[in-house]
Design a protein. Structure first.
Length: 136
């Protein structure tokens, strides 16, 4: 028998709000693709290069709407760690637990930047970051 659970917007909002509350004062780490984007957030980083680390607010995300939580202001990285092309990101809790992973882009991605080209020593700012819990 196949599984095909569906949830209401209220349930999706409650789920995304509970998850994002765990990210208050956490960090966002942006990486190059290296040998590939890890299959899940639990897979260790190998040859992917850390480009930048940014800090989430004490209240990291606004309340979910239609299952989508949008990050509040994120403190930029004033000095990027390395030069490369941003490919994916991980969000860590304030206790450094890897909790989310998604793709970087310049529009319509989980995490959006002005440019995917990051230069060592340059400032890095996120233009938008969302976490989505599916509806059904």
């Amino acid at each position: 028998m196949a599984n095909a659970p569906k949830r209401s917007a209220a349930m999706a909002n409650a789920a995304v709000d509970a998850m994002t509350a765990l990210l208050n004062t956490g960090t966002v780490k942006i990486y190059t693709v290296g040998s590939g984007v890890p299959a899940s957030v639990s897979v260790a980083i190998s040859d992917q290069v850390l480009l930048a680390t940014l800090t989430l607010n004490a209240t990291a995300f606004g309340a979910g709407s239609s299952g989508v939580a949008t990050a509040n202001a994120i403190t930029g990285d004033t000095t990027a760690d390395a030069t490369g092309t941003a490919s994916f990101f991980r969000i860590l809790t304030s206790g450094a637990t890897h909790s989310f992973q998604g793709l970087c882009g310049t529009s319509a991605s989980d995490l959006n930047l002005n440019s995917l080209a990051i230069q060592a020593g340059a400032a890095v700012d996120i233009t938008s970051l969302t976490i989505t819990e599916s509806l059904g």
